[in-house]
Design a binder for this molecule. Structure first.
Ligand code: ATP
Ligand code: MG
Length: 218
């Protein structure tokens, strides 16, 4: 049996065509089903539906053989026990630093001000500002980071941005790129050894599907 850990929403949607390329179809829609274990058309493959941030944990401990997780989530997790063979090039966006429209981010940095930053991505943010030699105070939030600078909790946020619509709607502006984000296939290292005959064909089908999509310009 192969268990694949996925999260609902955009990852599930964007993964469906990749699964199809490997001959795997979920028998129920996770958006409407309350089931957390979804059978597929293949008797030897099942999907488990978990929070996006929990996907690496299930795969790390071997409760799932495969998983699909954003690079944002993988960087926070650290990647222990995970093999990351393939960038699936889905759920693409950028990790950005953003501030209020009227805030002079680069001026504050030049003056050596110690910025307060809210984020769900504490490790990523810590690494980013350390690389820049900046001292910041990080405050962990679990969502709606955009609110932080508006109510005086912070000067800046570190968050994912795709269209920038949420930033604009809250009078924030992106000022600095932290990195490009997309979702990766992750594999439990022991599973890869013990179930290679089942896993390798799925990995190869995913890989061909990604290459095909790239050729057709996404
Ligand atoms: P919730 O938003 O319900 O708290 P979540 O943030 O854990 O849940 P999603 O928002 O579905 O879950 O994000 C899952 C993954 O999708 C993220 O880890 C990231 O890799 C990617 N992602 C998040 N936001 C965007 C976006 N705006 N555009 C593209 N990909 C994104
Ligand atoms: Mg989200």
């Amino acid at each position: 049996m192969i268990t694949i850990a996925l999260s609902k929403g955009r990852i599930f949607e964007e993964t469906t065509p990749l699964l199809a390329a490997a001959g795997i179809t979920a028998l129920e829609d996770p958006e409407s089903s309350r089931k957390l274990i979804l059978p597929t058309n293949r008797e030897d493959v099942r999907l488990i539906i978990v929070r996006a941030t929990d996907v690496p944990t299930y795969v790390q401990y071997g409760a799932a053989d495969l998983g699909i997780a954003g690079k944002d989530v993988l960087n926070e997790h650290g990647g222990d026990g995970l093999y990351q063979p393939l960038d699936l090039e889905i759920a693409r966006c950028k990790m950005m630093v953003a501030v209020r429209e009227d805030f002079d981010y680069f001026g504050s940095i030049r003056r050596g001000a110690r910025l307060k930053v809210v984020t769900k991505y504490v490790k990523t943010a810590r690494e980013h500002f350390a690389d820049k030699g900046m001292h910041v105070d990080l405050i962990k939030l679990y969502g709606s980071m955009e609110l932080g600078p508006l109510v005086g909790l912070a000067d800046a946020i570190v968050d994912l941005v795709s269209t920038g619509g949420t930033l604009r709607a809250n009078n924030l502006k992106a000022v600095e790129e932290v990195g490009n984000i997309s979702s990766r296939l992750i594999v439990n290292q022991a599973s890869l050894k013990l179930k290679r005959n089942l896993l390798q064909p799925i990995m190869d089908d995913f890989s061909r599907a990604v290459a095909g999509k790239r050729k057709s310009g996404n």
